[in-house]
Design a binder for this molecule. Structure first.
Ligand code: ZN
Length: 67
């Protein structure tokens, strides 16, 4: 089950963007240490955002609206 959050901007449930892909991060760290570190920092800052509006304006969903 996808971990969803309620976006206060879009007023709907969305699946937050993925953060660090550790497979990619480890491969990068093994072969290219500096880009690997940059990738992890970049991916962490990118992760957990709304895929629609790219914000982190998570809010509490209104009650019983999906009926
Ligand atoms: Zn949104």
């Amino acid at each position: 089950m996808a971990k969803m959050k309620y976006c206060g901007n879009c007023k709907q449930w969305v699946t937050p963007t993925k953060g660090v892909n550790w497979v990619i991060a480890i491969i990068l760290l093994i072969f290219f240490v500096i880009p690997g570190i940059i990738y992890i920092i970049w991916a962490m800052s990118k992760g957990g955002k709304c895929p629609m509006c790219n914000s982190t304006n998570w809010s509490i969903p209104p009650k019983e609206e999906n009926e």
